[in-house]
Design a binder for this molecule. Sequence first.
Ligand SMILES: Cc1ncc(COP(=O)(O)O)c(C=O)c1O
Length: 391
Amino acid sequence: MSLLAERLAPRIVEEDGAFRTRMLGIAAGRTDLIALGRGDPDFHTPAHIVQAAKDALDDNKHHYTGPTGIQPLREAIAANLAQRYGLDYGVDEIIVTAGAQEGIMLTMLGLCSPGDEVLITSPRFTTYDTAVRLCGGTPIPVPTFEDDDFALDVAEIEKRVTPRTRAFVLVSPNNPTGAVTPPEAIRAIADLARRRDLLVVADEIYGRMIYEPNEHLSIATLPGMRERTVTLNGLSKTYSMTGWRVGYLGAPADFVAKMVEARHTLSINSSSISQYAAVAALTGPQEPIDAMIAEYAARRAWLMPALTEAGFTYGHPGGAFYIYTNVSSTGLPAPDFCERLLEETGVMLFPGTMFGDESTDYIRISYLQPLPLIEEAMGRIADFVQRAGSA
Ligand SMILES: Cc1ncc(COP(=O)(O)O)c(C=O)c1O
């Protein structure tokens, strides 16, 4: 072992990446791969947003920006949050980050101290675990269940509150389940947060991908919640801009002011070019974005009955672009199911165990391929299941 590896700070917890590496190795050798594993939209970024980035380049926007982001973008974000979700953040209450990912780390740096416990909707986007651990805290999963369509139950949260609990991370719609926490549950969570004096981190990155009749409610709009909530969001998913690295957080001005130095230390600013593109995304025509969301809705509508027909059950996903599917009927634990499926059919999916799920019953399907490819993938999956069943 090198001296550096030997002297690794104890906060760095080694991830077992063997499974992912093996999957990527198998996938790399295939010409017929259909990847339904990643959370990265298959659409290109809409042309008017790309054009705004080209204009910014030509206009010599090549330099550092302020650490909280360029003024027109902070204005556009504040206006967008007000208009879409009724959130009341001033321009000085917004920090632009390098993706919501950096917003997560920044928020935990601001809120989580060694010894703190942070409750997290689960199965979950495990970046939260890592961020909490890097800050010396302990992530505490709050389980959700297929029978409830993976909806959060406030009693499950309350059961886990201890004197060390600092915050609750509410991800709605959730990754990997697509579950939308309904407004009445959000109100109950707000009530709990006020009663037990919890802070809330509301990750609303999938907030615009909500399928009828589900409804999104931003918890920071509820009485007494603004002062105890950090709202996280970003452009990656909605605008198909994952590579551009633009996210943001909304929080009270005095908290934002105290976080500027930490934000500066992480990456100084999100890419200047990307920030100008983000202004165009938020203030420009929304038709291309509505069209992408309509296409996700159509894929979801096709895929749900197709999964049922293939013998699977799942939690009904109210939002995002994922279906968290139960493959226990095949008799294969989810990691084996995914590995064999990839090897034998070229369809790549990821098991729920990659999302902190202790159960090996689930896989996450992200419907981020054109419908004909999704249909082709479902055909291969159905054949595979039949073969696995008769083996
Ligand atoms: C729930 C959730 N939050 C945050 C992120 C990070 O997104 P980005 O850093 O691209 O904005 C993701 C990405 O998959 C996510 O699923």
